[in-house]
Design a protein around this ligand. Structure first.
Ligand SMILES: Cc1ncc(COP(=O)(O)O)c(C=O)c1O
Length: 396
């Protein structure tokens, strides 16, 4: 056996703790291999992954179509920037636009969710010639300067000080709170259509319609941060245009997370109106639109289509909700599709911990009573049964 294969969890833990700067509170496992909804750890234990590495593994771990596309691209060309054309990029952009709501006609590729949001806000400012951005309490938009300043959730604005000026807070789901702060100096309104980190908070469909009306009345750009809700997670390709949002399509949709199945990639989808006000050199990034990321995007969308994952999400969500009704400790189930928040009368952190001991990976949120599930879109009923049996045991 090679030295690498015999490295124990204790050694991996000690080495990472010594050499990597502290960021997240980690689970005491080392992920080594993944297949679909399963993660295998360094000691060979199998875990049901209902968190997908922060909602990234939408197509599941190592989907064969995605792996093959990345491998084949890697053998041809790892990278060239936007200074040249690329068939791989052309195909990814065309595919992404073909599944987007009709009014969104162009894609800008970057590398992460926060970068997509920074660029979306910049486009709103460029288009309107105004500076202010309205976002919502409980929304999370990323950790770079402008995005963290737009994040009215917990400690984030505090750790992002000094904040970028011109960010205004409104109350999610409360249209009057928007009317109170809106005027002709506002460039954009940006929101997570389902607030994930806040504990999977939803708003009524008419909230989205009213927001669109307000934006149209005041010439404001509406931005949906679909970093979590996009790419099939809610059972439709996007929240934009879906019945849950009364069919409203914003001017800009931002994406990341599941878009590349694990290869870092972000995107802004924009309307012709927005694209018309963006000139060469207004936006840019070295890595955005690189060939490996673009191969991953095209294959991710193809895999979702090929395996009919959108219908799977809708069907398995219903099944999961039915099963959760049998567990009396579950007070409510929030969210849509595979972005679900299970609310308990008790704290969720010990449940999360105990589920891990039962070999199930789940997530917490900033609502202490809500356990978050963001599983791969390929999750099946039998795997839901594994979760339900573990949860039943844990809550008892
Ligand atoms: C809704 C939302 N927007 C933006 C971001 C930031 O994305 P990234 O971490 O890729 O910068 C996140 C990350 O969790 C998110 O959940």
């Amino acid at each position: 056996m090679s030295a690498q294969m015999t490295t124990s969890f204790k050694d991996i833990f000690a080495s990472e703790e010594q050499f990597q700067l502290a960021t997240y509170k980690k689970m005491p496992i080392a992920a080594e291999r993944g297949e679909g909804v399963w993660i295998y750890t360094s000691d060979g234990t199998k875990y049901l992954d209902l968190y997908g590495g922060h909602a990234v593994a939408g197509t599941g771990h190592c989907h064969p179509l995605v792996v093959a596309a990345i491998r084949s691209q890697a053998e041809k060309l790892l990278f060239y920037s936007n200074l040249v054309y690329s068939e791989t990029r052309a195909r990814a952009a065309e595919k992404l636009i073909s599944i987007s709501p009709n009014s969104l006609t162009k894609a800008f590729f970057c590398n992460s969710g926060t970068e997509a949001n920074e660029n979306a806000m910049r486009m709103a400012r460029m288009h309107t010639g105004r500076e202010k951005i309205i976002t919502f309490s409980g929304g999370f938009h990323g950790r770079t300067a402008d995005a963290i300043s737009a994040t009215f959730l917990g400690k984030y604005r505090e750790i992002g000080k000094p904040n970028v000026p011109g960010h205004i807070e409104a109350e999610f789901g409360n249209i009057n709170s928007v009317r109170d702060v809106v005027d002709e100096t506002v460039a954009g309104i940006m929101l997570e259509p389902i607030q994930s980190m806040a504990g999977v908070r939803t708003a009524n469909a008419n909230f989205f319609r009213d927001l669109k009306t307000i934006c149209d009345e005041h010439g404001i750009i509406l931005i949906y941060d679909e970093v979590q809700t996009g790419v099939g997670r809610t059972g439709t390709w996007f929240f934009a245009g879906s019945a849950a949002g009364d069919g409203v399509v914003p001017d800009i949709v931002t994406l990341a997370k599941a878009l590349g199945s694990g290869i870092p990639v972000g995107a802004c989808l924009v309307s012709d109106r927005i694209a018309g006000s963006i000139k060469e050199n207004d936006l840019g990034t070295t890595f955005g639109g690189g060939m490996i990321a673009m191969a991953a995007v095209e294959a991710t969308l193809a895999a979702i289509e090929h395996d009919q994952m959108l219908t799977n999400v809708q069907a398995v969500e219903s099944y999961l909700r039915e099963q959760l009704k049998q567990i009396e400790q579950v007070v409510a189930v929030h969210g849509l599709g595979f972005l679900l928040g299970i609310e308990f009368a008790q704290k969720a952190a010990p449940i999360h911990q105990a589920l891990l001991e039962e070999k199930v990976i789940s997530g917490t949120s900033s609502n202490p009573n809500v356990l978050r599930l963001l599983p791969p879109l390929s999750l099946q009923r039998e795997e839901v049964d594994v979760f339900i049996s573990a949860l039943t045991q844990v809550v008892q």
